[in-house]
Design a protein around this ligand. Structure first.
Ligand code: NAD
Length: 494
Protein backbone atom coordinates (compact mmCIF):
# COMPACT_ATOMS: atom_id res chain seq x y z
CA UNK A 1 0.00 0.00 0.00
CA UNK A 2 1.48 3.30 -1.10
CA UNK A 3 1.41 6.07 1.50
CA UNK A 4 0.97 9.78 0.99
CA UNK A 5 2.68 11.92 3.64
CA UNK A 6 1.44 15.36 4.56
CA UNK A 7 3.98 17.91 5.75
CA UNK A 8 3.59 21.07 7.80
CA UNK A 9 4.73 23.96 5.58
CA UNK A 10 5.53 26.00 8.72
CA UNK A 11 8.07 23.50 10.00
CA UNK A 12 8.65 20.89 7.33
CA UNK A 13 7.62 18.23 9.89
CA UNK A 14 5.33 15.32 9.13
CA UNK A 15 1.69 15.92 10.12
CA UNK A 16 0.32 12.53 9.12
CA UNK A 17 -0.18 10.08 6.27
CA UNK A 18 -2.99 8.54 4.27
CA UNK A 19 -3.13 5.53 1.98
CA UNK A 20 -3.14 6.28 -1.74
CA UNK A 21 -6.14 5.00 -3.69
CA UNK A 22 -4.92 3.01 -6.66
CA UNK A 23 -6.58 4.00 -9.95
CA UNK A 24 -7.96 0.46 -10.38
CA UNK A 25 -9.89 0.77 -7.09
CA UNK A 26 -11.85 3.77 -8.35
CA UNK A 27 -14.57 1.91 -10.31
CA UNK A 28 -15.53 0.12 -7.07
CA UNK A 29 -15.67 3.41 -5.19
CA UNK A 30 -17.89 4.90 -7.92
CA UNK A 31 -20.19 1.85 -7.87
CA UNK A 32 -20.61 2.23 -4.12
CA UNK A 33 -21.31 5.92 -4.61
CA UNK A 34 -23.99 5.13 -7.19
CA UNK A 35 -25.73 2.77 -4.78
CA UNK A 36 -25.68 5.54 -2.15
CA UNK A 37 -26.98 8.00 -4.75
CA UNK A 38 -30.05 5.90 -5.49
CA UNK A 39 -31.06 5.88 -1.84
CA UNK A 40 -30.14 9.49 -1.14
CA UNK A 41 -31.89 10.90 -4.22
CA UNK A 42 -35.09 9.05 -3.23
CA UNK A 43 -35.29 11.08 0.00
CA UNK A 44 -37.40 14.22 0.19
CA UNK A 45 -35.81 17.63 0.61
CA UNK A 46 -37.06 17.70 4.19
CA UNK A 47 -35.27 14.43 4.97
CA UNK A 48 -32.04 15.58 3.35
CA UNK A 49 -32.32 18.88 5.22
CA UNK A 50 -32.23 16.99 8.54
CA UNK A 51 -28.93 15.40 7.56
CA UNK A 52 -27.47 18.72 6.39
CA UNK A 53 -28.46 20.35 9.65
CA UNK A 54 -26.79 17.52 11.57
CA UNK A 55 -23.67 18.10 9.46
CA UNK A 56 -23.78 21.81 10.29
CA UNK A 57 -24.01 21.03 14.02
CA UNK A 58 -21.06 18.64 13.70
CA UNK A 59 -19.01 21.34 11.98
CA UNK A 60 -19.92 23.91 14.61
CA UNK A 61 -18.80 21.46 17.28
CA UNK A 62 -15.50 20.74 15.52
CA UNK A 63 -14.37 24.16 14.37
CA UNK A 64 -11.17 24.11 16.39
CA UNK A 65 -10.27 20.64 15.18
CA UNK A 66 -10.55 21.80 11.55
CA UNK A 67 -8.79 25.13 12.11
CA UNK A 68 -5.90 23.48 13.95
CA UNK A 69 -5.41 21.00 11.14
CA UNK A 70 -5.52 23.81 8.57
CA UNK A 71 -2.87 25.60 10.61
CA UNK A 72 -0.69 22.51 10.63
CA UNK A 73 -1.29 21.11 7.17
CA UNK A 74 -1.81 24.29 5.16
CA UNK A 75 0.36 26.57 7.30
CA UNK A 76 -2.44 29.07 7.82
CA UNK A 77 -2.59 31.49 10.66
CA UNK A 78 -5.47 30.31 12.89
CA UNK A 79 -7.51 33.48 12.32
CA UNK A 80 -7.13 33.07 8.55
CA UNK A 81 -8.19 29.43 8.86
CA UNK A 82 -11.42 30.48 10.55
CA UNK A 83 -12.04 33.49 8.32
CA UNK A 84 -11.28 31.91 4.95
CA UNK A 85 -12.16 28.26 5.44
CA UNK A 86 -14.12 27.25 8.53
CA UNK A 87 -16.71 30.03 8.88
CA UNK A 88 -17.75 30.34 5.21
CA UNK A 89 -17.87 26.53 4.96
CA UNK A 90 -20.46 26.42 7.74
CA UNK A 91 -22.29 29.27 5.97
CA UNK A 92 -22.57 27.17 2.81
CA UNK A 93 -24.12 24.25 4.72
CA UNK A 94 -26.52 26.61 6.46
CA UNK A 95 -27.53 28.25 3.15
CA UNK A 96 -28.26 25.05 1.22
CA UNK A 97 -29.94 23.36 4.19
CA UNK A 98 -32.35 26.29 4.27
CA UNK A 99 -32.73 27.03 0.57
CA UNK A 100 -32.23 23.87 -1.48
CA UNK A 101 -35.89 22.94 -1.67
CA UNK A 102 -36.93 26.40 -2.79
CA UNK A 103 -34.08 26.70 -5.30
CA UNK A 104 -34.94 23.36 -6.89
CA UNK A 105 -38.69 23.80 -6.90
CA UNK A 106 -40.15 22.94 -10.32
CA UNK A 107 -40.35 26.07 -12.50
CA UNK A 108 -43.55 26.84 -14.36
CA UNK A 109 -42.79 27.88 -17.93
CA UNK A 110 -44.45 30.72 -19.75
CA UNK A 111 -46.24 29.14 -22.70
CA UNK A 112 -47.32 32.40 -24.28
CA UNK A 113 -48.61 32.74 -26.99
CA UNK A 114 -49.99 29.22 -26.70
CA UNK A 115 -50.98 29.51 -23.05
CA UNK A 116 -54.58 28.69 -23.80
CA UNK A 117 -53.49 25.36 -25.28
CA UNK A 118 -50.57 24.07 -23.28
CA UNK A 119 -48.83 24.07 -19.90
CA UNK A 120 -45.08 23.64 -19.39
CA UNK A 121 -42.74 23.21 -16.45
CA UNK A 122 -39.18 22.23 -15.61
CA UNK A 123 -38.00 19.94 -12.86
CA UNK A 124 -34.45 19.69 -11.51
CA UNK A 125 -33.14 16.19 -10.90
CA UNK A 126 -29.78 15.26 -9.35
CA UNK A 127 -27.14 14.28 -11.88
CA UNK A 128 -25.83 11.29 -9.91
CA UNK A 129 -22.26 10.65 -8.76
CA UNK A 130 -20.17 13.82 -8.58
CA UNK A 131 -16.35 13.82 -8.63
CA UNK A 132 -14.87 16.70 -6.67
CA UNK A 133 -11.20 17.60 -7.11
CA UNK A 134 -10.19 20.71 -5.15
CA UNK A 135 -6.96 22.72 -4.97
CA UNK A 136 -4.76 22.92 -1.89
CA UNK A 137 -5.05 26.53 -0.84
CA UNK A 138 -8.45 26.42 0.93
CA UNK A 139 -8.90 22.72 1.53
CA UNK A 140 -12.11 23.14 3.53
CA UNK A 141 -14.19 25.77 1.74
CA UNK A 142 -13.19 24.67 -1.78
CA UNK A 143 -14.47 21.18 -0.99
CA UNK A 144 -17.60 22.35 0.76
CA UNK A 145 -18.77 24.68 -2.03
CA UNK A 146 -18.98 21.55 -4.18
CA UNK A 147 -20.03 18.74 -1.87
CA UNK A 148 -22.74 20.64 0.01
CA UNK A 149 -24.83 21.74 -3.01
CA UNK A 150 -24.20 18.30 -4.53
CA UNK A 151 -25.69 16.61 -1.46
CA UNK A 152 -28.50 19.15 -1.18
CA UNK A 153 -29.41 18.46 -4.81
CA UNK A 154 -29.53 14.70 -4.14
CA UNK A 155 -26.16 13.65 -5.59
CA UNK A 156 -23.48 11.47 -4.03
CA UNK A 157 -19.83 12.53 -3.95
CA UNK A 158 -16.41 11.01 -4.46
CA UNK A 159 -13.73 13.54 -3.69
CA UNK A 160 -10.01 13.59 -3.97
CA UNK A 161 -8.34 16.22 -1.83
CA UNK A 162 -5.12 17.79 -3.02
CA UNK A 163 -2.09 15.62 -2.35
CA UNK A 164 -0.75 18.58 -0.34
CA UNK A 165 -3.72 18.65 2.07
CA UNK A 166 -5.07 15.08 2.26
CA UNK A 167 -5.64 15.15 6.03
CA UNK A 168 -8.09 18.04 5.84
CA UNK A 169 -9.95 16.14 3.12
CA UNK A 170 -9.99 13.04 5.29
CA UNK A 171 -11.27 15.07 8.23
CA UNK A 172 -14.16 16.40 6.12
CA UNK A 173 -15.03 12.79 5.23
CA UNK A 174 -14.84 11.81 8.91
CA UNK A 175 -17.08 14.71 9.95
CA UNK A 176 -19.66 13.66 7.36
CA UNK A 177 -19.67 10.22 8.99
CA UNK A 178 -19.79 11.66 12.52
CA UNK A 179 -22.83 13.71 11.47
CA UNK A 180 -24.56 10.43 10.60
CA UNK A 181 -24.88 10.84 6.84
CA UNK A 182 -25.40 7.54 5.01
CA UNK A 183 -22.32 5.39 4.40
CA UNK A 184 -20.88 5.70 0.92
CA UNK A 185 -22.57 9.04 0.25
CA UNK A 186 -19.35 11.04 0.56
CA UNK A 187 -16.21 9.01 -0.07
CA UNK A 188 -12.70 10.37 0.12
CA UNK A 189 -9.97 8.94 -2.10
CA UNK A 190 -6.33 9.96 -1.98
CA UNK A 191 -3.51 10.52 -4.42
CA UNK A 192 -2.06 12.99 -6.89
CA UNK A 193 -2.55 13.48 -10.64
CA UNK A 194 -2.91 9.78 -11.52
CA UNK A 195 -5.71 9.26 -8.99
CA UNK A 196 -7.40 12.48 -10.09
CA UNK A 197 -7.20 11.53 -13.75
CA UNK A 198 -8.59 8.05 -13.04
CA UNK A 199 -11.52 9.60 -11.17
CA UNK A 200 -12.24 12.00 -14.05
CA UNK A 201 -12.11 9.11 -16.52
CA UNK A 202 -14.40 6.90 -14.41
CA UNK A 203 -18.14 6.48 -14.64
CA UNK A 204 -19.03 9.68 -12.73
CA UNK A 205 -21.81 11.99 -13.90
CA UNK A 206 -20.20 15.37 -13.23
CA UNK A 207 -16.68 16.58 -12.45
CA UNK A 208 -16.10 19.69 -10.35
CA UNK A 209 -12.48 20.70 -10.58
CA UNK A 210 -10.73 23.55 -8.78
CA UNK A 211 -7.12 24.20 -9.68
CA UNK A 212 -4.79 25.65 -12.28
CA UNK A 213 -5.85 26.35 -15.89
CA UNK A 214 -3.15 23.92 -17.01
CA UNK A 215 -4.67 20.97 -15.15
CA UNK A 216 -8.18 22.27 -15.85
CA UNK A 217 -7.59 21.86 -19.59
CA UNK A 218 -6.45 18.26 -19.06
CA UNK A 219 -9.49 17.51 -16.91
CA UNK A 220 -11.85 19.02 -19.50
CA UNK A 221 -10.21 16.99 -22.29
CA UNK A 222 -10.34 13.76 -20.31
CA UNK A 223 -13.98 14.32 -19.29
CA UNK A 224 -14.91 15.15 -22.89
CA UNK A 225 -13.99 11.60 -23.92
CA UNK A 226 -17.07 10.41 -22.04
CA UNK A 227 -19.02 13.64 -22.51
CA UNK A 228 -18.99 14.03 -18.74
CA UNK A 229 -19.98 17.61 -17.89
CA UNK A 230 -17.44 19.67 -15.96
CA UNK A 231 -17.35 22.74 -13.78
CA UNK A 232 -13.91 24.34 -13.85
CA UNK A 233 -12.92 26.80 -11.12
CA UNK A 234 -9.46 27.90 -12.21
CA UNK A 235 -6.91 30.58 -11.50
CA UNK A 236 -7.26 34.32 -11.07
CA UNK A 237 -5.33 37.56 -11.37
CA UNK A 238 -7.56 39.92 -9.49
CA UNK A 239 -7.44 43.61 -10.20
CA UNK A 240 -8.33 46.21 -7.62
CA UNK A 241 -9.31 49.60 -9.01
CA UNK A 242 -8.92 52.57 -6.68
CA UNK A 243 -10.74 55.61 -8.07
CA UNK A 244 -9.75 59.19 -7.26
CA UNK A 245 -12.60 59.58 -4.74
CA UNK A 246 -11.85 56.38 -2.77
CA UNK A 247 -11.40 56.26 0.98
CA UNK A 248 -7.63 56.02 0.74
CA UNK A 249 -6.95 54.47 4.15
CA UNK A 250 -9.62 51.78 3.77
CA UNK A 251 -8.58 50.97 0.20
CA UNK A 252 -4.86 50.77 1.05
CA UNK A 253 -5.47 48.53 4.07
CA UNK A 254 -7.91 46.45 2.05
CA UNK A 255 -5.25 45.95 -0.63
CA UNK A 256 -2.65 44.81 1.89
CA UNK A 257 -5.07 42.41 3.57
CA UNK A 258 -6.55 40.98 0.34
CA UNK A 259 -3.14 40.71 -1.29
CA UNK A 260 -1.44 38.83 1.51
CA UNK A 261 -4.19 36.77 3.19
CA UNK A 262 -3.11 33.13 3.23
CA UNK A 263 0.25 34.34 1.88
CA UNK A 264 -1.52 35.35 -1.34
CA UNK A 265 -2.49 31.77 -2.14
CA UNK A 266 -6.04 32.75 -2.94
CA UNK A 267 -7.58 32.50 -6.39
CA UNK A 268 -9.34 35.80 -5.63
CA UNK A 269 -6.54 37.66 -3.86
CA UNK A 270 -5.52 41.14 -5.00
CA UNK A 271 -2.51 40.75 -7.28
CA UNK A 272 -2.78 43.99 -9.29
CA UNK A 273 -3.79 47.42 -8.01
CA UNK A 274 -4.64 50.28 -10.39
CA UNK A 275 -4.69 53.58 -8.53
CA UNK A 276 -5.79 56.94 -9.83
CA UNK A 277 -2.72 59.17 -10.14
CA UNK A 278 -4.53 61.90 -8.16
CA UNK A 279 -4.25 59.84 -4.97
CA UNK A 280 -1.37 57.52 -5.86
CA UNK A 281 1.29 58.90 -3.49
CA UNK A 282 -1.05 59.11 -0.54
CA UNK A 283 -2.38 55.59 -1.22
CA UNK A 284 1.13 54.17 -1.43
CA UNK A 285 2.19 55.87 1.82
CA UNK A 286 -0.77 54.28 3.58
CA UNK A 287 -0.03 50.88 2.02
CA UNK A 288 3.56 51.04 3.21
CA UNK A 289 2.40 51.93 6.71
CA UNK A 290 0.09 48.90 6.71
CA UNK A 291 2.87 46.75 5.28
CA UNK A 292 4.85 47.34 8.45
CA UNK A 293 2.18 45.40 10.36
CA UNK A 294 2.59 42.15 8.42
CA UNK A 295 5.36 39.62 8.07
CA UNK A 296 5.91 35.97 7.19
CA UNK A 297 7.22 33.20 9.38
CA UNK A 298 6.94 35.11 12.65
CA UNK A 299 4.27 32.82 14.11
CA UNK A 300 2.51 35.79 15.68
CA UNK A 301 -0.55 37.82 14.71
CA UNK A 302 1.40 39.61 11.93
CA UNK A 303 2.13 36.34 10.15
CA UNK A 304 0.48 36.00 6.72
CA UNK A 305 1.06 32.23 6.62
CA UNK A 306 3.27 29.72 4.86
CA UNK A 307 3.68 28.79 1.21
CA UNK A 308 1.92 25.44 1.08
CA UNK A 309 3.60 24.08 -2.04
CA UNK A 310 7.37 24.67 -1.72
CA UNK A 311 7.62 24.61 -5.55
CA UNK A 312 5.48 27.76 -5.60
CA UNK A 313 8.31 29.79 -4.03
CA UNK A 314 10.29 29.48 -7.25
CA UNK A 315 7.35 30.82 -9.28
CA UNK A 316 6.78 33.74 -6.91
CA UNK A 317 10.49 34.56 -6.86
CA UNK A 318 10.62 34.29 -10.65
CA UNK A 319 7.79 36.81 -11.02
CA UNK A 320 9.49 39.26 -8.67
CA UNK A 321 12.86 38.86 -10.44
CA UNK A 322 11.20 39.34 -13.84
CA UNK A 323 9.51 42.54 -12.66
CA UNK A 324 12.74 43.93 -11.22
CA UNK A 325 14.66 43.08 -14.39
CA UNK A 326 12.06 45.05 -16.37
CA UNK A 327 12.30 48.15 -14.23
CA UNK A 328 9.90 47.66 -11.32
CA UNK A 329 10.70 49.14 -7.91
CA UNK A 330 10.80 46.84 -4.89
CA UNK A 331 9.18 48.65 -1.98
CA UNK A 332 8.99 45.77 0.50
CA UNK A 333 9.96 42.10 0.73
CA UNK A 334 11.14 40.31 -2.39
CA UNK A 335 12.79 37.24 -0.87
CA UNK A 336 12.15 33.81 0.50
CA UNK A 337 12.31 33.75 4.31
CA UNK A 338 15.31 31.62 5.19
CA UNK A 339 15.47 32.19 8.94
CA UNK A 340 12.97 29.39 9.67
CA UNK A 341 12.77 25.77 8.56
CA UNK A 342 9.30 26.46 7.11
CA UNK A 343 8.35 27.55 3.65
CA UNK A 344 7.69 31.32 3.68
CA UNK A 345 7.96 34.25 1.29
CA UNK A 346 8.18 37.86 2.46
CA UNK A 347 5.09 39.95 1.73
CA UNK A 348 6.26 41.86 -1.33
CA UNK A 349 5.19 45.25 -2.65
CA UNK A 350 6.15 46.36 -6.15
CA UNK A 351 5.56 49.64 -7.97
CA UNK A 352 6.56 51.05 -11.40
CA UNK A 353 5.12 47.94 -12.98
CA UNK A 354 3.63 47.45 -16.44
CA UNK A 355 1.85 44.72 -18.38
CA UNK A 356 5.03 43.34 -19.94
CA UNK A 357 5.81 41.89 -16.49
CA UNK A 358 4.66 38.50 -15.22
CA UNK A 359 3.43 40.07 -11.97
CA UNK A 360 0.81 41.86 -14.07
CA UNK A 361 -0.11 39.10 -16.49
CA UNK A 362 0.40 35.64 -14.96
CA UNK A 363 -1.01 34.32 -11.69
CA UNK A 364 1.65 34.78 -8.98
CA UNK A 365 -0.22 32.95 -6.20
CA UNK A 366 1.98 34.36 -3.48
CA UNK A 367 2.12 37.38 -1.15
CA UNK A 368 3.02 39.84 -3.91
CA UNK A 369 1.05 42.99 -4.71
CA UNK A 370 1.94 45.15 -7.70
CA UNK A 371 0.67 48.73 -7.78
CA UNK A 372 0.35 50.81 -10.94
CA UNK A 373 -0.82 54.39 -11.25
CA UNK A 374 -3.37 55.19 -13.95
CA UNK A 375 -4.48 58.54 -15.38
CA UNK A 376 -8.22 57.85 -15.30
CA UNK A 377 -11.08 55.43 -14.83
CA UNK A 378 -11.10 54.28 -18.47
CA UNK A 379 -7.43 53.26 -18.33
CA UNK A 380 -8.05 51.38 -15.10
CA UNK A 381 -10.92 49.40 -16.66
CA UNK A 382 -8.93 48.69 -19.83
CA UNK A 383 -5.88 47.47 -17.88
CA UNK A 384 -7.96 45.40 -15.46
CA UNK A 385 -9.59 43.63 -18.41
CA UNK A 386 -6.24 43.16 -20.14
CA UNK A 387 -5.76 39.72 -18.56
CA UNK A 388 -6.24 36.11 -19.56
CA UNK A 389 -8.13 35.67 -16.26
CA UNK A 390 -11.58 36.82 -15.21
CA UNK A 391 -12.43 35.56 -11.74
CA UNK A 392 -12.94 38.42 -9.29
CA UNK A 393 -12.02 42.07 -8.82
CA UNK A 394 -12.88 45.11 -6.77
CA UNK A 395 -13.64 48.80 -7.27
CA UNK A 396 -13.11 51.39 -4.55
CA UNK A 397 -14.88 54.74 -4.50
CA UNK A 398 -16.94 56.76 -2.03
CA UNK A 399 -19.53 57.06 -4.80
CA UNK A 400 -21.01 53.55 -4.77
CA UNK A 401 -23.03 54.14 -7.95
CA UNK A 402 -19.93 55.19 -9.81
CA UNK A 403 -18.11 52.14 -8.44
CA UNK A 404 -20.98 49.86 -9.53
CA UNK A 405 -20.86 51.28 -13.07
CA UNK A 406 -17.14 50.61 -13.28
CA UNK A 407 -17.58 47.18 -11.66
CA UNK A 408 -20.10 46.04 -14.26
CA UNK A 409 -17.55 46.77 -16.99
CA UNK A 410 -15.03 44.33 -15.53
CA UNK A 411 -14.95 41.04 -17.39
CA UNK A 412 -15.04 38.81 -14.30
CA UNK A 413 -17.45 36.45 -12.56
CA UNK A 414 -17.69 38.51 -9.36
CA UNK A 415 -16.77 42.01 -8.22
CA UNK A 416 -16.72 43.57 -4.76
CA UNK A 417 -17.35 47.25 -4.17
CA UNK A 418 -15.21 48.81 -1.44
CA UNK A 419 -14.17 45.34 -0.31
CA UNK A 420 -12.59 42.22 -1.73
CA UNK A 421 -13.54 38.51 -1.76
CA UNK A 422 -16.37 39.07 0.73
CA UNK A 423 -18.75 37.28 -1.66
CA UNK A 424 -17.66 34.04 0.04
CA UNK A 425 -19.85 35.13 2.92
CA UNK A 426 -22.88 35.60 0.66
CA UNK A 427 -23.54 32.04 -0.55
CA UNK A 428 -26.62 33.18 -2.47
CA UNK A 429 -24.24 34.77 -4.99
CA UNK A 430 -23.08 32.41 -7.74
CA UNK A 431 -19.32 32.15 -8.03
CA UNK A 432 -17.28 31.27 -11.11
CA UNK A 433 -14.98 32.79 -13.67
CA UNK A 434 -14.68 33.62 -17.34
CA UNK A 435 -11.74 33.25 -19.76
CA UNK A 436 -8.88 31.19 -18.25
CA UNK A 437 -10.61 31.30 -14.87
CA UNK A 438 -12.89 28.54 -16.06
CA UNK A 439 -16.59 28.00 -16.56
CA UNK A 440 -19.63 26.82 -14.66
CA UNK A 441 -20.93 28.12 -11.39
CA UNK A 442 -20.76 27.20 -7.75
CA UNK A 443 -22.93 28.67 -4.97
CA UNK A 444 -26.25 30.47 -5.30
CA UNK A 445 -29.21 29.15 -7.28
CA UNK A 446 -26.98 28.50 -10.32
CA UNK A 447 -24.56 26.58 -8.08
CA UNK A 448 -27.07 23.99 -6.91
CA UNK A 449 -28.64 23.68 -10.36
CA UNK A 450 -25.19 22.80 -11.72
CA UNK A 451 -25.61 19.51 -9.86
CA UNK A 452 -28.92 18.82 -11.58
CA UNK A 453 -30.14 18.15 -15.04
CA UNK A 454 -33.23 20.03 -16.07
CA UNK A 455 -36.15 17.94 -17.27
CA UNK A 456 -38.87 19.88 -19.06
CA UNK A 457 -42.48 18.86 -19.49
CA UNK A 458 -45.44 19.85 -21.61
CA UNK A 459 -49.06 18.93 -20.97
CA UNK A 460 -52.11 19.95 -23.03
CA UNK A 461 -54.82 22.00 -21.41
CA UNK A 462 -57.51 20.34 -23.52
CA UNK A 463 -56.61 17.91 -26.29
CA UNK A 464 -53.07 17.41 -27.66
CA UNK A 465 -51.85 20.77 -28.88
CA UNK A 466 -50.45 19.30 -32.08
CA UNK A 467 -53.80 17.70 -32.82
CA UNK A 468 -55.50 21.09 -32.47
CA UNK A 469 -52.93 22.70 -34.78
CA UNK A 470 -52.78 19.91 -37.33
CA UNK A 471 -56.30 18.53 -37.21
CA UNK A 472 -57.42 15.02 -36.40
CA UNK A 473 -55.17 13.50 -39.08
CA UNK A 474 -51.98 14.95 -37.61
CA UNK A 475 -50.67 15.85 -41.04
CA UNK A 476 -49.04 19.28 -41.42
CA UNK A 477 -48.68 18.80 -45.18
CA UNK A 478 -52.44 19.05 -45.60
CA UNK A 479 -52.09 22.80 -45.08
CA UNK A 480 -50.42 25.08 -47.59
CA UNK A 481 -48.08 28.05 -46.93
CA UNK A 482 -51.07 30.37 -46.45
CA UNK A 483 -52.20 28.45 -43.40
CA UNK A 484 -48.72 28.56 -41.86
CA UNK A 485 -48.27 32.26 -42.64
CA UNK A 486 -51.53 33.00 -40.87
CA UNK A 487 -50.53 30.69 -38.07
CA UNK A 488 -47.27 32.65 -37.52
CA UNK A 489 -49.11 36.01 -37.71
CA UNK A 490 -51.74 34.84 -35.26
CA UNK A 491 -49.16 33.71 -32.75
CA UNK A 492 -46.40 36.26 -33.04
CA UNK A 493 -47.75 39.56 -34.31
CA UNK A 494 -48.42 40.92 -30.79
P1 NAD B 1 -3.52 21.92 -9.62
O1 NAD B 1 -4.18 22.17 -10.92
O2 NAD B 1 -2.08 21.61 -9.61
O3 NAD B 1 -4.23 20.72 -8.82
C1 NAD B 1 -5.58 20.75 -8.45
C2 NAD B 1 -6.06 19.34 -8.18
O4 NAD B 1 -6.02 18.58 -9.38
C3 NAD B 1 -5.23 18.55 -7.18
O5 NAD B 1 -6.10 17.85 -6.33
C4 NAD B 1 -4.42 17.60 -8.07
O6 NAD B 1 -4.06 16.41 -7.42
C5 NAD B 1 -5.41 17.32 -9.15
N1 NAD B 1 -4.85 16.90 -10.45
C6 NAD B 1 -3.61 17.12 -10.95
N2 NAD B 1 -3.51 16.60 -12.20
C7 NAD B 1 -4.71 16.05 -12.49
C8 NAD B 1 -5.25 15.38 -13.63
N3 NAD B 1 -4.52 15.17 -14.73
N4 NAD B 1 -6.53 14.96 -13.59
C9 NAD B 1 -7.30 15.18 -12.49
N5 NAD B 1 -6.84 15.79 -11.38
C10 NAD B 1 -5.56 16.23 -11.38
O7 NAD B 1 -3.85 23.21 -8.73
P2 NAD B 1 -3.25 23.58 -7.32
O8 NAD B 1 -1.81 23.91 -7.52
O9 NAD B 1 -3.63 22.56 -6.32
O10 NAD B 1 -4.07 24.91 -6.97
C11 NAD B 1 -3.68 26.20 -7.34
C12 NAD B 1 -4.55 26.71 -8.44
O11 NAD B 1 -5.93 26.59 -8.10
C13 NAD B 1 -4.34 28.20 -8.69
O12 NAD B 1 -4.31 28.45 -10.07
C14 NAD B 1 -5.57 28.84 -8.07
O13 NAD B 1 -5.90 30.11 -8.58
C15 NAD B 1 -6.60 27.82 -8.38
N6 NAD B 1 -7.77 27.98 -7.53
C16 NAD B 1 -8.96 28.35 -8.10
C17 NAD B 1 -10.07 28.55 -7.29
C18 NAD B 1 -11.40 28.96 -7.88
O14 NAD B 1 -12.41 28.83 -7.19
N7 NAD B 1 -11.46 29.45 -9.10
C19 NAD B 1 -9.97 28.35 -5.92
C20 NAD B 1 -8.75 27.98 -5.39
C21 NAD B 1 -7.66 27.78 -6.20
Amino acid sequence: MEKLDSFNPRTGGLVGSVVVTEPDEIPMVVDKSRAAFYEWSALSHAERRKYLKAFKRTLLGNMDRVATLLHEEAGKDLADAFLGDVCPAIGVVDYYARRAERLLRPRRASTWPMSFLIRGWTEYHPRGVVAVIPAYNFPMILTMVSIVPALAAGCSVVFKPSELTPLTGQLIGDLVQEAGLPAGLVQVIHGAAATGAALVGSDVDLVVFTGSPRTGRKVAAEAAEKLTPTILELGGKDAMIVLDDADIVQAARGAVWAGTLNAGQVCISVERVYVSEAIYEEFLDEMERAWGEITAGSGDSRDVGAIIDPKQIEIVDGHVADALARGATLRRGGHQVTSTSGSFYEPTLLTDVDHSMKVMSAETFGPVVAVMQVPDEESAIRLANDSPYGLHGSVWSKDKRRAATVASRLHTGTVAINDHMINLYVPDLPFGGVKDSGYGMELGPEGIRSFCYAQSFTSPRWASTSRILLGGRWNPRRFGPRYWRNFARLLYRW
